[in-house]
Ligand binder design. Structure first.
Ligand SMILES: Nc1ncnc2c1ncn2[C@@H]1O[C@H](COP(=O)(O)OP(=O)(O)O)[C@@H](O)[C@H]1O
Ligand SMILES: [Mg+2]
Length: 571
């Protein structure tokens, strides 16, 4: 990714680097001129006009440095900012076209780390890393050249002895400071997470009387934050003064040895002054050499992580549009594995348009997996799932999902108006349609209780909906979409049995043309289905109407009895 970026932006970078090196060159002229002035001043009569010329020159250089610095910053730092934008957008797009298996393997935290750690680290390498490298090389070369024009190389070499230690300590301390700083950052994010969690669950905390426990947890996070902050302070408090000390040591050696040379007359005073100024200019490049190692190390590790990510397989998304309106779904001998674990085996079932079908089974028997396969969230083998006689693998996903809609167990609601949540993804929609969909899912009766009705904001800044209300909103969102086949995956688990039955009856009554597949573990709500498939441990063990299944006295009957007892004891 860096390579592609640099391929289009290398000119700006090159310009930035040239300017930076140019500025470094301008800067080393100043000590030389200062030395010249000293030499003139100590040998009267002094020609003020010449001195004035030097002053003008020095001021011009200072002005040039300001302008030049602005320009190279715009090129180099600006380039890194552009990279950041480019990387953020590319990564985001990459996530959107990744297969769902990718998200099974990467936690949200891990994905966020790409944005919070890796992109900044690479961008840091492209800005600070480049600047420090150029600075370190150009400055060192120019300053040495400048020094050698004014004093003997032996003096130069001797007074440079402490400088490698500057580079070494900046590398060592720089690395340590970075790790400790990261720790402090992590601690802080834990604190804010913990605080947010406690504030938003304050009612639960109070009603369970666990304030003390939460207080203890929070105190612990704060203690850790303070401790890690101190350990950062310890090291950063040593680092700065140590560098200054080493710089001072260099100067001391130079003054001691150079002073003797001035006294003996082998070096003149002006050249000596120039030399000391040069020496002062060397500290920064040596600090930079040390730091650049860390910056590049981290930048490279992060860019490798990003490269690996960008090379992972994309979701395959070719195929024909969904063949017409939904007419039939056939599943033939379908098996499915997560890695090595078999979760579905030999599933066979047929559904035709207009049917109201249910799949029932205990938690973990594979119902959600099946629903995901039906909407191509995971890939299946060829010859297993057919819509209107066409293999699912030949149908383009986007178009498939417009015709076969999966409403998942845990839908996400956005912090915006209720109406917009129902008409999810649409900018323009009719309020009446929103209301119609909400009526069928029995969400409308909840909305009318609110002051602003469908304009009520939900989420952080608005009202909080209960689990059951959220599910009914989610269902309204699905009904709003008008797909031919709609899969309801446990969407009414938080709604009481009676309301759930009413909702499903209304769906059956009002949406006669729509094919509905209800997936649930709650028998009471699906008694009226045209056909019920009973699943257990990844297999379909029975099928038929409620009456047929009750008569056959198998797994369904057993499940029904258990659930009836549970209801009676108020479970
Ligand atoms: N992404 C996944 N990776 C690995 N195993 C999974 C994954 N999702 C579900 N499973 C496992 O597959 C089985 C079926 O899960 P699921 O289809 O969610 O069942 P249900 O919806 O009937 O409760 C369970 O044993 C579950 O632990
Ligand atoms: Mg499930």
């Amino acid at each position: 990714m860096i390579r592609e970026f640099l391929q289009t932006h290398w000119k700006a970078y090159l310009a930035g680097i040239m300017f930076l090196a140019g500025i470094d060159y301008l800067q080393i002229l100043v000590p030389k001129y200062t030395g010249d002035v000293v030499n003139i001043v100590i040998k009267p009569p002094v020609d003020l006009k010449i001195i004035l010329n030097y002053v003008i020159l020095i001021v011009l250089i200072a002005g040039g440095v300001v302008v030049g610095r602005f320009i190279w910053r715009m090129f180099i730092v600006g380039g890194a900012r552009k990279f950041q934008k480019y990387a953020q957008q590319s990564l985001f797009d990459k996530f959107l076209i990744s297969p769902i298996t990718f998200f099974d393997k990467n936690s949200t935290g891990n994905l966020m780390a790409y944005f919070n750690n890796d992109i900044p680290a690479v961008s840091q390498m492209l800005s600070q890393g480049v600047i420090m490298t150029v600075d370190a090389i150009a400055m060192t070369v120019f300053v040495f050249a400048g020094m050698l024009t004014v004093v003997d190389y032996k003096l130069v070499l001797i007074s440079l002895i402490p400088l490698p230690f500057v580079a070494l300590s900046s590398w060592y301390f720089g690395g340590k400071i970075h790790t400790r700083f990261k720790k402090v950052q992590t601690d802080f994010s834990f604190i804010s997470q913990r605080a947010q969690e406690s504030f938003s669950n304050v009612k639960t905390i109070k009603s369970y009387g666990v304030e003390k426990k939460f207080e203890k947890l929070f105190y612990k996070e704060c203690d850790k934050f303070a401790r890690d902050n101190f350990s950062l302070l310890n090291i950063s408090a040593v680092y700065g003064p140590l560098i200054s000390f080493l710089a001072a040591l260099t100067t001391a050696i130079a003054i001691f040895l150079g002073g003797q040379m001035v006294i003996s007359g082998s070096v003149n005073l002006g050249d000596f002054v120039a030399f000391i100024s040069y020496l002062g200019m060397l500290t920064w490049p040596f600090v930079a050499i040390g730091q650049v190692i860390n910056v590049v190390q981290m930048g490279r590790a992060s860019s490798e992580r990003i490269e690996v990510l960008m090379k992972t397989e994309n979701r395959k998304d070719d195929g024909i549009p969904f063949p017409g309106k939904f007419k039939t779904l056939e599943i033939k001998g379908l098996d499915f594995y997560y890695d090595d674990a078999k979760v579905l085996s030999d599933i066979n079932l047929n559904i035709t348009a207009g049917q109201k079908v249910a799949i029932i089974g205990r938690i973990g028997c594979g119902k959600t997996t099946l629903a995901k396969l039906l909407t191509k969230l995971y890939d299946v083998e060829r010859g297993k799932i057919f819509y209107n006689g066409v293999d699912i693998r030949d149908i383009e996903s986007q178009s498939l999902r417009e015709n076969v809609l999966l409403i998942p167990q845990d839908s996400f609601l956005f912090s915006t108006k209720i109406s917009k949540n129902v008409a999810f993804g649409l900018e323009q929609f009719s309020e009446d349609d929103v209301e119609d969909a909400s009526k069928i899912s029995h969400f409308h009766e909840e909305v009318v209780k609110l002051d602003k009705k469908y304009d009520t904001l939900i989420g952080e800044k608005g009202v909080t909906l209960s689990g059951g209300q959220r599910q009914r909103l989610t269902l309204a969102r699905g009904l709003f979409k008008d797909a031919g086949l709609i899969l309801l995956d446990d969407v009414l688990s938080a709604v009481d049995s009676q309301t759930a039955s009413m909702i499903l009856e209304d769906i059956n009554k009002m949406l006669k043309d729509m094919t509905v597949l209800v997936i649930t573990h709650n028998i009471a709500s699906i008694k009226n289905s045209d056909i019920i498939f009973v699943m257990d441990e990844g297999k379909i063990v029975e099928s038929g109407t409620h009456e047929e299944l009750m008569k056959s006295d198998g797994f369904y009957h057993k499940l029904f009895m258990i659930q009836q007892i549970e209801r009676e004891i108020g479970h």
